[in-house]
Every structure is written in C-alpha cells, then in structure tokens.
Design a binder for this molecule. Sequence first.
Ligand code: NAD
Ligand code: GLY
Length: 379
Amino acid sequence: MRTVKVPLGDRSYPIYIGAGALSRLPMECARRQLAARCAVISDRNVAPLYGDRVLRSLREAGFDPILIAVPAGEKAKSLRFVQQCYEQLAVHRLERGSFIVALGGGVVGDLAGFVAATYLRGIALVQAPTTLLAQVDSSVGGKVGVNLPAGKNLVGAFYQPRFVLCDLDTLNSLPRREFRAGLAEVIKYGIIYDAALFRLLERDLAGILGRERGVLAAVVARCCAIKADVVRQDETESGLRAILNFGHTIGHAIEAVSGYGKFLHGEAISIGQTAAARISSRILRLRPSDVERITNLFKRADLPTSIQLRGAQRAKLIETMRLDKKVRGGEIKFVLAKRIGHVVWGEKVPTALIEETLDAAGPALNPQPSILNPSRVRC
Ligand code: NAD
Ligand code: GLY
C-alpha cells in the first residue's frame, strides 16, 4: 500500500493507494475515534458493486452505517439530492462526531463532500473514490459542491477529507470509456508538473490501459503527490492551483455547449489540452515536437484531440469561455505550457488565436439537451 500525505497543518491527511485499500476503512475510522453512526453515500451503479462489502466491514468493526444511494450521473450533483441526504442523516440521527463515506466517482465525492461540509456545520468526511478521475483528482484537495440550473459547481466549499482510500481493485469494474476519460487528467499532471511522469505514460501506456496494478499504483500515487503539492501551496486557488485547470477553459466550454452528455469531462479536456498546447506553441514557443508528443499521447489513449465546429458553435464556445470564472475584465486567460512539465497561468490569449486553433477538424459538436444552463461553469 502506498501513502501520499496532503500537508495542510491540522487538516493534513493521508491518501492510501493500492489494491484492497477499501478494507482499511473501519480501522482508519476507529483510529480517528469517529462516532459509530455513519453514512455511506454512493450511486446506484457503485452501491450494488461495493456497498454491501463496505457496510458489512463497518458493522463488523462496531460502526452503525446507513447507505444512501443517489442516481448515477451528474444530475445527482444538485441541491435536490443534498436535501435528500440531509433528511436521511437527520432521520438516522447522525451527530457531530459521525462521518460520511463518499463511495463512488467525482459526482458522489462532490455531493457527499458538500453534505459533510454543511450538515451540522460540518461532520467528518472520508473519500473512497472508485473512478480513475476521482482517484487522481476530485477526491484530493477539498473542492466539494453541487450544480445549480444556472451552471456547474456554482455552490460549494473547500472541505478536506480525514483520509482518502484509492482502492485500485475498484477500477476493474469501471467502463472502458470512463477509464480513458480519467487518463486525460493523468496526462495533464505530466504536462503541468512532471516531464518524467509524461515519459512514463508514453512508455507504459499499454500497461496502464491494461489496468496493470503495479504501473497503475505508481501513476495514481504520482498524480496524488502532484495534486497534494499544489494544494499545499495554494489550497483555495488564489494562484498556483489554477494550473490544475490546464485545458479546462476550452474543455469546460465544450462540455457546456454540447450539453453535458456528448463528451465526458476527460474527453472534453483532452481536446482542450491539445488546443492549449497548440496555443502555447504560438505564445510561449512550446516546441512543435512537444505539441506533437502531447497530441499523440491523447490519441494513443483513444481520446479526442480536436473538434469540428460550425461558425455559430464556435461563437457560442468563445462566448461561454468569456463567462468562465477564470476570465478577468473580459479577457480569456489560459494556463499555457512552456515545455512538457512546466506551465504558467493567467496568460491572455487573443480570441482570433483561439478560433484559429479550434478550426482543426474533429468530431462534430451536436448540442444535446442539458440540465444546466450552459453559460456558467466553475471548476
Ligand atoms: P462519475 O462520478 O459520474 O462516475 C462515472 C460513471 O462511472 C458513473 O456512471 C458511475 O456510476 C460509474 N462508476 C463509478 N465508479 C465505478 C466503478 N468502480 N465501477 C463501475 N462503474 C463506476 O464521474 P467522474 O468522472 O468520476 O467524476 C466527474 C465529476 O467530478 C464531475 O461532476 C466533476 O465536476 C467532478 N470533479 C470534481 C473535482 C474536484 O476537485 N472536486 C475535480 C474534477 C472533477
Ligand atoms: N480539479 C481542480 C482542482 O482541484 O483545483
């Protein structure tokens, strides 16, 4: 089992990474003297796979858990399901010393985390991420929250978990498309922070796609360590933490304009990161060979690297980027790469250059019905 520490003073916590990590749950909760009554929040795909085992192990250790299963998918990340969770917690009399386990992907982690941050003004939270994206990104760093009809992630908090359990065995049941989408965030860490990780991904991609435990453990641990280091320096995103949004300005706009459904988050930021690399070559002289390596790695991971846009769609995408929270004074700011392993943030990019970069052909952007107003996005 690997352990990565997130050093945040009295809110520091460990991330345990390895096959079977979920079995540590009761022991780690007992060590922290958490109260017996607790809730496992999961979704209706994950609960049937892992819920019983988690509840049984908690009961055997003397805890008194309830299971709250919300629908799978982004629609559960709403105030409606926050309210439903509060009601269950109140009916089952969870107390200040009680705790919540978020068992699932990023949707469950964000929802359960927000419930934990606000119920009784905050009860303990344990993150047990079951998607690659959640293991390398959303379960670490304390961003929790839900969507409003007006936009994504508009209500939230910074609320750190007591510990994180990344059980690599849970990734075996993850659908192939979801696994590959998570890889887009993994590749991001190589581009923004660690050229050696990027080289490892180029070399060992086949093993990662084959979900080989050894290489996966090393990769998940390295991504968590990078995120921990960034969050340690800038927990509430006043500066450096923005680098985690490499490729997200365009990526979020693609998700929003296409109606949150056509592209998974990882697919949208794969296009966004490839575009950001091309823009970087024009503004920061990122070497053409690095742009090619970045594009090729996404392609080899079977992720999209470009998008086909009609004129009106391109205009809508630009308009959506202008409404992103990273925009200051109407100028669209980007995280751009100087070289693989090193990025800078807050770079102004002329609209004409964004348009030119997006003009490369790719999958058509057909709008889908959305539960959200596509105009507002927060990361
Ligand atoms: P998700 O939680 O919707 O999970 C993807 C799908 O996989 C779901 O259908 C889920 O039921 C299923 N699933 C999860 N684990 C499984 C498993 N082990 N086996 C089989 N099926 C499984 O999506 P996600 O990609 O994990 O997370 C996306 C969410 O994360 C978005 O809402 C995004 O805003 C959020 N996010 C948050 C942060 C943060 O810092 N808080 C960072 C990045 C993304
Ligand atoms: N996923 C971006 C962040 O945690 O800041």
